[in-house]
Ligand binder design. Structure first.
Ligand SMILES: [Zn+2]
Ligand SMILES: [Zn+2]
Length: 281
């Protein structure tokens, strides 16, 4: 099993050391794990790695690579925040630290005349002005040339009707393959809450993202896919990945990719699933 999106206590709103996450991932059957704590950023800086912690973060990963050699492949990643104007800041970080995998995610969106929107503020996600800015930011992220994959591009499905998200995403689908950016299938959409469109209540246990309707279009646009649990706790290591891939394979998903030294490696899904079924790592 491949898990290309995971967090440790370095992200501050997540728990578990690198060692604890790795041990839990091995137990869950993960064979290739990329640790992608939130990179330092100018917004919400107390909820991410601090610049002064990066050396220790990478040292912990190196230590785990050595301790668990032969049991699991561990890769060095970071999840970057993308906002307009953040390119220079993020490029400097990317130049300074050698990574296997760089995720670009949108967590914060500046909407004119409103307090900054966080993508987990579900009741605010369906606003027109927000949607305009979110998808403009996503286009800029895809064009930035900085990242290997977009993290949870479809997280808006927690609070926005699927047809609205699809209509807004469709014009951008060509940019993924053209710019060599992978689309992340983020399994946390299977366990996070979402808004019930009828009642407006926040419900648990609904599959919000990724969109099963969008998948065939992404495949038709020759998009590469990464997959991640987005675990913020060792108890969620590898969580949802098997279920997600079993549901998406019949819809045409044929391969999953991961990145090493910022280069994409494709794994046929049949092989990955056969290994998973036997419970081997
Ligand atoms: Zn994220
Ligand atoms: Zn994350």
């Amino acid at each position: 099993m491949i898990d290309s999106h995971s967090h440790t206590f370095y992200s501050k709103h997540a728990v578990g050391t690198v060692d604890e996450l790795v041990r839990a991932s091995i137990k869950a059957g993960v064979s290739i794990l990329t640790i992608t704590d939130h990179a330092p950023f100018t917004v919400d800086r107390d909820n991410r790695l601090r610049l002064s912690e990066l050396d220790r973060y990478f040292a912990d990963i190196l230590q785990a690579q050595q301790s668990y050699q032969g049991q699991i492949q561990i890769l060095r990643g970071l999840e970057f925040d993308y906002m307009p104007g953040s390119d220079v800041y993020n490029r400097e970080l990317l130049d300074r630290y050698e990574l296997d995998f760089a995720i670009g995610s949108i967590h914060y969106v500046e909407v004119p005349g409103e307090p900054m929107v966080k993508v987990w503020e579900l009741p605010r996600l369906a606003g027109q002005a927000f949607l305009d800015r979110y998808f403009a930011d996503l286009e800029a992220l895809l064009d930035s040339g900085l990242f290997d994959a977009v993290g949870h591009a479809d997280t808006l499905l927690r609070g926005v009707p699927e047809e609205v998200v699809l209509r807004r995403l469709e014009p951008l689908l060509g940019l993924f393959a053209r710019n060599g950016v992978a689309y992340e299938l983020n399994a946390s959409g299977l366990r996070k809450s979402s808004l019930d469109p009828e009642s407006g209540c926040e419900l648990q246990g609904l599959w919000s993202y990724p969109s099963r309707l969008l998948l065939p279009q992404l495949i038709a646009h020759d998009v590469a896919f990464t997959v991640g649990s987005d675990a913020h706790d060792p108890r969620d290591a590898g969580e949802g990945i098997r279920e997600l891939l079993h549901a998406l394979q019949p819809l045409g998903l044929q391969r999953i990719s991961y990145f090493q030294h910022r280069r994409r490696i494709d794994v046929p899904l049949g092989d990955a699933m056969a290994i998973n079924m036997k419970g081997e790592v």
